[in-house]
Design a protein around this ligand. Structure first.
Ligand SMILES: C[S@@+](CC[C@H](N)C(=O)[O-])C[C@H]1O[C@@H](n2cnc3c(N)ncnc32)[C@H](O)[C@@H]1O
Length: 350
């Protein structure tokens, strides 16, 4: 193990989701729904190592296909990427000798304004490799590449769309920065973030919504990740993997899904839809149980958000602890039993 890797291991010695790395397929599948939105745009991936992140690889490979104006990727000096095997084989020895094993204090930045190849087509891996190996394609940052530093915020200001899987522990901070600068975004996060005080108000106002993939997602994890009984495996190449059952894409880029109406098949039935003990509204256990003929407030599972159509239902608030934010109205309880958090909705299309 190199000195640098030892340092990194000491720094990140657990299984936290901050070091979970996205697959190319996860990115490709989601972005296929938004391709028009990327035309002529500057994309920023600001938690992404240019040599290792599949976000960088995806946008380099599809630079001409999406007809991007510019791609900027910044990476954090503390990233554990040198322990991750890249399944796209674009990692360069040069990189390890030159950029990665520096004094562990500087991040790096990649800026691309054109890629060789044909307009409308994917870029060949060999071209990506050559582009990355050119001197000065990837430069060191002055600082550590933390997306909150001034130099990284300058890159954020330049972009149209910020697209990444950030450390989950910094998700709300990145979200707040992006909305502060009024940027479009497509971010991978944990579904719990939906009810965060920084995020929920935007969801409630239909300014932000979830993307297509909502639920299971597999991620490559560093070599020192501890085995676990569930949601952990090692593939034939030795790469360790983890999966998350409640992952999501969060975005403010318009998508067709937002206009689909949820088909309602159940009628209101006080037994299936009991009143909350402490709030004037009914509890709906499953999205499939939402009644077609109830016009008061309903508490539905978080997974409802995947089907939300702002012209069919209004989001009133959430029922979580009753105190998390101004929209967290009560702690959900039915017949004395406490329930898991609910989203509160009301029919709009009477
Ligand atoms: C969940 S991993 C995902 C990496 C990559 N975006 C991907 O999807 O494969 C988050 C990455 O953000 C890096 N990171 C941690 N703190 C950061 C910070 N303050 N600013 C920018 N990046 C950070 C981590 O080192 C890690 O590489």
């Amino acid at each position: 193990m190199s000195g640098n890797s030892i340092l990194n291991s000491a720094k990140y010695s657990n299984n936290n989701t901050d070091e979970w790395y996205t697959t190319y397929e996860t990115i490709k599948e989601e972005i296929s729904h938004y391709t028009k939105a990327f035309y002529g745009k500057t994309v920023l991936c600001n938690c992404d190592d240019p040599f290792e992140s599949n976000f960088c690889y995806y946008f380099m490979k599809n630079f001409n296909k999406l007809q991007l104006k510019k791609l900027i990727c910044t990476s954090y000096s503390g990233s554990k990427i040198d322990q991750i095997k890249n399944n796209n084989q674009i990692t360069l020895d040069m990189y390890y000798n030159d950029i990665a094993h520096h004094e562990d204090i500087q991040g790096s930045v990649l800026v691309i304004t054109k890629m060789p190849g044909t307009f409308g087509e994917e870029v060949d891996d060999e071209i990506i490799r050559k582009t990355l190996s050119k001197k000065d394609t990837v430069k060191r940052l002055k600082g550590n590449g933390d997306f909150r530093t001034d130099e990284c915020i300058e890159y954020l200001k330049q972009c149209d769309i910020c697209c990444t899987n950030p450390p989950f522990s910094l998700f709300a901070e990145l979200f707040s920065l992006i909305v502060k600068y009024n940027k479009q975004f497509l971010l991978i996060g944990n579904q719990n973030a939906i009810t965060y005080k920084e995020i929920f108000p935007y969801i409630k106002e239909n300014k932000v919504w979830v993307g297509y993939r909502f639920g299971d997602m597999a991620f490559r994890v560093p070599a020192d990740s501890q085995p676990r009984k569930t949601r952990f495996w090692i593939d034939e190449s030795g790469q360790k993997w983890r999966s998350l059952g409640n992952a999501m894409w969060l975005t403010n880029i318009d998508i067709e899904r937002r206009y689909h109406k949820l088909e309602l098949t159940k009628h209101y039935n006080p037994e299936l839809h009991p009143k909350f003990d402490n709030f004037d509204g009914i509890n709906v256990k499953r999205v499939a149980d939402i009644p077609m003929d109830y016009y008061g407030i309903m508490g539905v599972p978080i997974t409802y958000i995947k089907y939300h159509n702002g012209s069919q239902f209004e989001i009133i608030g959430e029922a979580n602890h009753g105190s998390d934010n101004e929209f967290d109205l009560f702690k959900p309880k039915v017949n004395g039993k406490e329930l898991f958090k609910r989203i509160l909705i009301r029919r709009k299309d009477n």
